[in-house]
Write a new protein. Structure first.
Length: 309
């Protein structure tokens, strides 16, 4: 079957039907694509079926049924297992497939997977996303895409269905590098914004006034414009992105800096604070909870510790 709007042949497969994958299913169905989903969780599969996807019993079946496959998995290890493990593409029928990996993954792992899959005739592009569950549901994700010009062009019909802002940032792996850098900034901005609120309110300014003025000034960020009003100030903490996934992203940023020998003392302090936050907030807590993390620094000013320790 061909989608008459896009010229894409057959159904689009989505592996990983979590907060993001399920939103992508909803968007693709709304855009007129036939969608086939697979997740290890039966509950997530039921949700995707309710959203209009056909569900298959194994990833092998999904790879057999779809020319284009979207991955939305927790980590690079999951992506590697799905693509190269039993029932994966390296184990398939040999027909060429286009894989669009929207996972926040690791550039080197993605490049290695490309080296494995390309000789088998498959195309892998990395297209990690920003914009959260709301962006996935509405088809307004920001996408940072790595791949050749020709592969990027092949993926465009699906990317434009999912994304509002799509930037082709370089060859395969480049998208994952940009996403790690992006989330390092988000994680650091959450910490600096929470300090800004403490300082401003300690100096006698009402928090609402502080945020209104900051958002009209040059100190604003997505954290002050979106996160505080939408998830922090109203106590909702229901963004759909978890502490566990953000701690993963900070670990990836710290590892990339060490690998590339880039000194970044400010971000490293932010990374240490995020790692320490595991003592206070479980992996499944909303990532905006970091704004409630009580921090002091020790006498050297370099080692983050929790207040009261
Ligand atoms: P999630 O944990 O809600 O969903 C991941 C899903 O993958 C789960 O349903 C899990 O059962 C499934 N899964 C794991 N291994 C599998 C396998 N082998 N086969 C099939 N399914 C498998 O995570 P999420 O919040 O949807 O995030 C997905 C990715 O997108 C992550 O890499 C995350 O860092 C990134 N991301 C998330 C957000 C957000 O706001 N949630 C925003 C941008 C990027």
């Amino acid at each position: 079957m061909t989608n008459s709007n896009t010229g894409v042949n057959g159904a689009i497969g989505v592996i990983g039907l979590g907060n993001m994958g399920l939103g992508m299913v909803r968007t693709l169905v709304r855009e007129g694509f036939a969608v086939i989903g697979f997740d290890l969780s039966g509950e997530r599969q039921d949700e995707a079926a309710r959203a209009g996807a056909a569900i298959v019993a194994s990833q092998k079946e999904l790879f057999k049924s779809c020319d284009t496959i979207i991955l939305s998995l927790p980590t690079a290890a999951h992506v590697t297992a799905v693509l190269t493990g039993e029932g994966g593409l390296a184990d398939g029928d040999g027909a060429p497939r286009l894989v669009i990996d929207t996972t926040t993954s690791e550039p080197d792992v993605t490049r290695n997977l490309d080296q494995i899959l390309r000789p088998l005739g498959h195309i892998l592009i990395d297209a990690p996303v920003s914009g959260g569950q709301a962006g996935a549901n509405s088809g307004q994700l920001t996408m940072m895409v790595g791949g050749s010009d020709a592969d990027f062009a092949k993926a465009m019909p699906v990317l434009t269905a999912l994304g509002g802002k799509i930037t082709h940032v370089g060859p395969v792996g480049a998208g994952h590098a940009v996403k790690i850098v992006n989330n390092m900034l988000v994680a650091a901005h959450l910490l600096t914004m929470s300090e800004a609120i403490r300082l401003g309110t300690a100096a006698g300014v009402e928090v609402e006034h502080l945020i209104s003025a900051l958002n009209a000034g040059s100190g604003r960020s997505a954290i002050s414009e979106v996160n505080y009003p939408k998830w922090v100030m109203n106590g909702a903490f229901d963004s759909g992105f978890t502490m566990g996934l953000m701690r993963k992203d900070m670990r990836l940023a710290m590892a990339l800096a060490a690998q590339k020998d880039v000194a970044m003392p400010v971000s490293e302090l932010a990374g240490a604070l995020w790692a320490k936050s595991a003592d206070a907030f479980a992996d499944d807590a909303d990532f905006n909870r970091i704004t409630e993390f009580e921090m002091t620094t020790d006498a050297t000013g370099t080692h983050p510790i929790k207040a009261g320790e």
